[in-house]
Design a protein around this ligand. Structure first.
Ligand SMILES: Cc1cc2nc3c(=O)[nH]c(=O)nc-3n(C[C@H](O)[C@H](O)[C@H](O)COP(=O)(O)OP(=O)(O)OC[C@H]3O[C@@H](n4cnc5c(N)ncnc54)[C@H](O)[C@@H]3O)c2cc1C
Length: 396
């Protein structure tokens, strides 16, 4: 069973052993969903929390391959950057998702048929063997192969005819790599909401081929008509770096990288909101993973000679800022998603109390997000620029 030990050391080991396979063998074999996932990197759970960065991954891969040989793998990493940019530029898509999820949650409170179909899907009791296997695999391991995610989402929407937001939410609560941008926009893409008129239909032959005949489900939908599609919200600006210094720094669970911390005598906090409120809670596996990664970040920071403080609430952040007399707080830009929803009000409160906020945006993100204005095809043209600007962060 695939496992994700929660440490940067594991992420680095995994990257080292995977990088030699990121060339032509990845291009040929990446679509196979096999036991233990031998042909993909399994790095997403670390990338999502920036325990390891996209730049580090790309640099290591380019030590073994030319950009041409590793084109497929590089493009996949860039899909991540692209989706992030799309959601940063159109944050209303996240608000719409949350509002629609809320409406679907209300529906399952009042419609017992829908509620039991939703429960069967989440508990792997639909009778579609492949789907039930993936539901269980997700809950047990916190991971699914990309192809399985596509098939699962397609069957959820077009065969089971369940609201897509409940499926996206099931993923968000269980995936260790749960990422608001990749998840929401991939579900939207499968449903035909993201690329107008284009849906993804899971086909039995394709599933049989890429699971090496482990599964050939029967009774799947044969057509996938796009869901109703309100226009995309308007495109906003890409987030920018404050360009200013700071006298205290807050890491958060969406970006635990320590490369910006090489500043002596700078108090450091690690912000970890507890997400136990609400009806739909993250899985214990996911919460434990996040907590362990935050502790791992604290141990890494301690090696820099600083003693970080774990902060779990707005009050604790306020107290920490006051006790260190912090006037300018640096932090990695909070991308749209649950961490942003939890932590932004904490930051707004200290800003109101007179602390100046100094968000930091990496050049890599800035270049990528600025280009996320249309489809991935257009975005691809800036990949050489992204690769030219790669900078090895001095992470610990
Ligand atoms: C419905 C659906 C939901 C998804 N939800 C998430 C999510 O919550 N979080 C998440 O990180 N990814 C998500 N993905 C994208 C993708 O499935 C995972 O990133 C990938 O499977 C992670 O496995 P890996 O690290 O072994 O990938 P590899 O194949 O080794 O790829 C290397 C890296 O490239 C990036 N990547 C690969 N494929 C994609 C993709 N299709 N879209 C965006 N980035 C990609 C990831 O960062 C990944 O770690 C989703 C895809 C679908 C279809």
């Amino acid at each position: 069973m695939i496992e994700f030990p929660p440490s940067r050391a594991t992420a680095l080991d995994r990257l080292k052993s995977f990088a030699p396979k990121a060339g032509s063998s990845y291009a040929r074999l990446r679509n196979f969903d096999l036991t233990n996932h031998p042909h993909v990197s399994a790095l997403s759970s670390y990338l999502t929390h920036r325990v390891i960065s996209e730049e580090e991954v790309l640099i290591e891969v380019l030590r073994h391959h030319t950009a041409k040989d590793a084109e497929k793998f590089i493009q996949e990493v860039c899909w991540r950057t692209y989706w992030k940019g799309v959601l940063e530029r159109r944050p209303a898509l996240w608000d719409r998702y949350k509002a629609d999820l809320n409406a679907s949650w209300n529906q399952i409170q009042t419609q017992s048929g829908l509620r039991s179909e939703w429960e069967d899907a989440c508990l792997g009791r639909t009778g579609i063997d492949a789907f039930d296997h993936w539901a269980n695999e997700l809950v047990e391991t916190g991971y699914l192969h990309n192809h399985a995610r596509m098939w699962f989402a397609s069957i959820w929407i077009f065969t089971l005819r369940l609201p897509w937001t409940l499926g996206a939410d099931f993923f968000m609560r269980h995936l260790l790599d749960a990422d608001a941008a990749s998840n929401t926009l991939s579900w939207r893409w499968v449903a035909g909401l993201q690329t107008t008129g284009k849906t993804y239909l899971a086909r039995p032959d394709n599933i049989a081929k890429y699971t090496q005949d482990r599964f050939r489900p029967r009774g799947l939908a044969e057509f996938a008509a796009p869901l109703d599609n309100p226009n995309l919200p308007p495109l906003g600006p890409a987030p920018i770096d404050s360009g200013e210094g700071f006298d205290g720094f807050a890491l958060h669970i969406s970006d635990l990288s320590t490369d910006t911390l090489a500043q002596p005598n700078c108090p450091i906090a690690v912000l970890v909101p507890s997400s136990t409120e609400g009806n739909l809670r993250p899985s214990g596996l996911q919460q434990d993973f996040k907590t362990a990664l935050a502790n791992d970040a604290c141990r890494r920071i301690a090696k820099l000679g600083e003693t970080p403080t774990l902060v779990n609430s707005a009050d604790q952040l306020n107290d920490w800022v006051a006790s260190h007399s912090i006037r300018r707080l640096g932090f990695h830009h909070l991308t749209i998603g649950p961490s942003h929803d939890h932590i932004s009000p904490w930051l707004n409160a200290i800003e109101t109390a007179g602390v100046s906020l100094q968000p930091q945006v990496r050049d890599y993100d800035s270049i990528g997000w600025s280009a996320a204005t249309a489809g991935f095809f257009k975005f691809k043209s800036i990949i050489p620029r992204l690769l030219d600007g790669l900078r090895q962060p001095s992470l610990i």
